[in-house]
Design a protein around this ligand. Structure first.
Ligand SMILES: [Zn+2]
Length: 435
């Protein structure tokens, strides 16, 4: 007699967009999950019949995708949603810093980040990058909730911190983050215009010593290019190269204002770009040359940036914006195909941060980070092309069920780990003092 195998969860009957190397689509498929990992990804009628299943999720009428990866964000900036409007980056930053520096603490960052996690999970995001103050509070929160977080010490001169203690603290957090299951550590710098060469040399040292990726904002606005040129006689990208920080473990957010030579430099060095189109539009920063960077072979991932400059953390919406924007920018509907946009929001983000062996696609052996969208809706009918419906017709309200690391975080449209009313009340009360 065949031995019975126990599976914790089986997701059965949906159309699976696997995003594996072959970009396989299974019209009516089954995914089995044991513990935190995916075991089988097969057509439903080929699943082994010796399975004892603890929990079956019926995915008929659903489209099943890998959990979305928000490759650039500042989670607790949800606290400042709608507070700083209609300003360019420099004036926006000055106003944001005026609120952030005196008023944020571990408790308020935790509340803002928790709201961000609730918003993102409800929108099908299972992994996000975070660069922010009191970031250890968000790391601990993610571990508690079971949300995959990319985070680490941000090196910056903002607020004139003591350099020695900043580096000592960075080292201590990188040591501590090794014990986390859900936190993938990075070393970060705010930007080339808020750091010194001494700080960037420390970043390089920490990056090499801990073997972690590095991320920073780069070439976001034209005025940044001018500022950095006045300070160093170089562009931000040239400056980062001069710090020996351009390589395949570096992720640069924005890259809106870059020239042809810089596209070459990023492509040759294997540097990744985190594209944040809605934040770039809202701050009037400009439009990144994503289609040309793609053609040059650069790995492009997608981020929302913070909720104070977007103003949401909706990666499904960001995918649509990214696709439409590039087509309009180049007057060419052929650039940025729907499957490429989904790559940006899934596997490319995982590759950028070196976690593509864990997440970014639905494959046996990977962690079960999986999202089900209910496609039985008028605005998703008919479904001639699931990628097209996903990018151009679906909204976050269509997200039905979300698993992270095999744990069900949302089911039937209901979040599991959040008391939403209490959480919203807490954030409203914190934000009352920001006027
Ligand atoms: Zn940012």
């Amino acid at each position: 007699m065949e031995q019975i195998k126990t599976m914790d969860v089986v997701i059965d009957g949906g159309m699976i967009l696997t995003m594996n190397d072959d970009r396989q689509v299974i019209e009516k498929g089954g995914i089995t999950i044991s513990g935190d990992s995916i075991v089988h990804v097969l057509p439903s009628d080929q699943l082994p019949n010796n399975l004892e299943v603890k929990k079956v999720i019926n995915a008929e009428g659903m489209v099943v995708i890998p959990g979305l990866i928000n490759a650039h964000s500042h989670l607790a900036m949800t606290l400042f949603r709608g507070l700083v409007e209609d300003l360019d980056l420099i004036n926006w930053l000055e106003k944001v810093w005026k609120y952030e520096l005196p008023s944020l603490n571990e408790a308020s960052v935790r509340a803002g980040s928790k709201l961000a996690l609730a918003e993102m999970i409800a929108g099908g995001v299972t992994c996000a990058h975070d660069m922010y103050w009191h970031y250890e509070a968000t790391m601990a929160l993610s571990e508690e909730i079971g949300f995959r977080l990319i985070s680490g010490p941000p090196i910056t001169g903002i607020g004139e911190p003591d350099f020695e203690s900043m580096v000592a603290q960075a080292r201590s957090v990188l040591d501590i983050s090794k014990k986390y299951h859900f936190v993938h550590p990075v070393i970060q710098a705010h930007s080339t215009y808020t750091t010194t060469s001494e700080m960037m040399n420390a970043v390089l040292e920490l990056k090499d010593e801990y073997g972690v990726p590095f991320t920073t904002h780069a070439s976001e606005t034209q005025s940044e290019i001018e500022t950095v040129n006045d300070m160093y006689g170089k562009t931000p990208i040239e400056l980062i190269q001069s710090y020996n920080l351009l390589d395949d473990k570096t992720i640069l957010a924005h890259c809106v204002h870059i020239n042809d030579e810089e596209i070459e430099m990023l492509a040759e060095s294997g540097t990744h770009v985190a594209h944040c189109p809605e934040s770039n539009l809202k701050l009037g920063s400009g439009i990144a040359r994503i289609a040309e960077m793609f053609a040059a072979g650069i790995n492009i991932c997608l981020g929302t940036d913070g909720a104070a400059s977007n103003n949401d953390l909706d990666l499904l919406g960001e995918m649509r914006t990214a696709a439409l924007l590039q087509k309009g920018f180049y007057n060419d509907p052929k650039v940025l195909k729907t499957i490429e946009v989904l790559e940006m929001a899934t596997i490319n983000g995982a590759k950028a941060y070196g976690i593509d062996h864990l997440t970014g696609s639905i494959e046996p052996g990977k962690k079960a980070d999986i999202v089900l969208l209910d496609f039985q809706k008028p605005h998703l009918t008919p479904c001639k092309d699931a990628y097209a419906n996903l990018i151009y017709s679906a909204t976050k309200a269509d997200v039905d069920t979300v698993l992270i690391d095999g744990r069900i975080q949302m089911e039937g449209g209901e979040l599991i780990a959040f008391e939403e009313d209490a959480l919203m009340a807490e954030v409203r009360s914190i934000s009352e003092k920001f006027v």
